[in-house]
Design a protein around this ligand. Structure first.
Ligand code: SF4
Length: 248
């Protein structure tokens, strides 16, 4: 729309021309604002093309101008990037934009999975987070297909939270991996209640477990196996038997 306006009127982007005035207003009201990127890649074939990278340099210039006027800014990043180019994208943004917080739309690492773009974006989101992205925008399974409904939004948010948590674990942030450890201890101890409560999506985990129990006739929450391998083949149950035998 902006490009159309500029073409019709043969004028520079007014937001660019008036950027310093906009910064002054944002600074006066202490507003943190986002510098968007209209030339970001719309498919992985366009990733890191001339348009995207020259816009990133302009975003770096605007970041500097905003920071000089005491404005807090964040910078929008790409949405479609092959996995092997994600690190380069994150490093370039940090270099051009003076380490301003960078947020990415996924990024989707392949274009061939409409219907599953919450997954393609979560794969890229973990890599982006690991290499320095400050936050991830969620993508729903309906991306490129239609307006998401509430369930699509839920799936997209859960996928993005998984991606972000995986990146936090890999970067050694705070106690991120502590929850993984606690859940693993609950899992190994057949503590189904805590296993499910500590999970990122207890509603879905609990539903799956109950459904599986119901189907198989396994009713006790205290059972030392699940229906995945079954009682006879449950390696964790067998390990416990071994541990007991060795103790004797
Ligand atoms: S049955 Fe298999 S999946 Fe289930 S608790 Fe035992 S080892 Fe784990």
């Amino acid at each position: 729309m902006l490009a159309k306006w500029m073409t019709i009127h043969n004028k520079q982007n007014p937001f660019y021309e008036l950027f310093d005035d906009i910064c002054d207003i944002m600074a006066e009201y202490d507003v943190c604002f986002s510098l968007g990127d209209g030339l970001r890649p719309g498919c992985i074939a366009d990733a890191a093309d001339k348009a995207q990278l020259s816009e990133l340099k302009t975003l770096g210039e605007l970041t500097q101008r905003a920071q000089e006027r005491n404005c807090q800014v964040m910078v929008e990043g790409p949405g479609h990037v092959p996995f092997n180019q994600i690190e380069k994208n994150m490093k370039l943004q940090q270099k051009y934009c003076n380490h301003a917080p960078f947020y990415v739309l996924g990024p989707l690492v392949t274009d061939i999975a409409p219907g599953y773009d919450h997954i393609t974006s979560a794969i890229g989101g973990t890599a982006a987070g690991f290499y320095g992205a400050s936050y991830l925008c969620y993508v729903t399974p309906k991306e490129h297909l239609g307006l998401p409904d509430i369930d699509d939004v839920r799936q997209g948010v859960v996928a993005a939270k998984i991606a972000a948590h995986a990146a936090d674990v890999a970067r050694g942030f705070g106690n991120a991996s502590q929850r993984d450890k606690q859940l693993s201890i609950a899992r190994a101890g057949f503590d189904w209640k805590n296993h499910i409560e500590l999970s990122l999506d207890p509603k879905t985990a609990g539903k799956f477990h109950q459904e599986a129990c119901k189907k198989s006739g396994k009713t006790s929450e205290k059972d030392d196996f699940c229906t995945m391998c079954g009682k006879d083949w449950c390696s964790m149950r067998i390990n416990k038997e071994l541990a007991k035998a060795y103790k004797k």
